[in-house]
Design a protein around this ligand. Sequence first.
Ligand code: NAP
Length: 283
Amino acid sequence: MQITGKTKLLGVIGDPISHSLSPVMQNAAIAYLGVDYLYVPFLVRELEIAVRGLAALGIAGFNITIPHKQAILPLLMEVTPIAGLVGAVNTVWWNGYGWSGTNTDVEGFVAPLQTFNPCSEAVVLGCGGAARAVVVGCHQLNCQRIHVVGRRAEKLVEFQKSWQGTAIGDCLQTYLWSELPRLLPHADLIINTTPLGMGADADQSPLTAEDRLKQGAIAYDLIYTPHTTKFLQQARNQGVQIINGMEMLVQQGAASLSIWLGQPAPVEVMRQSITEVLYSPQN
Ligand code: NAP
């Protein structure tokens, strides 16, 4: 592709940013569609200055990753209801007067569950940023009860309170880890949103060897490296269907691109580019 004076710029801001897979998948999609865009990673420490700078440079839109997903909200002219509910924005576009923001993580999370049977009970492991998008996703899937498990009582109280006055507040309950064994046998969907199973914690799992899952349940890990975490291996050994975090990554990116371009994103091209980087033997 040739960069010209007319090429429009997209990007992702975060700190750190060098690990981001978004440039690979977004530029693969841009090349496939033949549109005159370029997607660039930006290491951003000074968020407010950067957001003003991106406007001054005429950037068409950008993704936001850790640690700016919440902090960006007051810097935007408007946010969609779903981003307001999650309390985090991962996709921003220029509306002609200022920045508009939304959250495509919910859409990404829900995408691989479209054929999922009705969910009565969901167990969400962890109560950080990603857990918020997962909770909204579980609610969209009509889960009747959403149990959120965390390790710090004060954080769980805060998490519970943050949903008060919303429809989610009526079906969400928080628990300490010690309660997990009694929740698991009733759960139709169990989602790991903790980093247990990746990086330095690769040999760890949020489940103990004794934990038993319900037959017919789905175990979903937001982690995508390694491909099959210890949590997913344990679930698979119990005959439970498993989903890793790659599809969520691809689908949230595809949803962002379709907002920026106003046309459907080539999901399969994006999926292939990520699969190559993450799982091909030479990488
Ligand atoms: P976060 O805001 O830091 O939340 C992490 C949560 O895990 C917190 O509740 C934290 O508890 C808990 N936790 C951390 N270490 C733990 C441990 N050793 N034992 C028990 N709980 C622990 O991070 P995040 O942004 O939500 O991201 C969470 C995970 O989701 C990461 O692995 C990230 O890569 C993944 N993710 C994937 C996608 C995707 O597209 N597939 C998208 C977003 C995130 P405390 O609050 O007590 O520290």
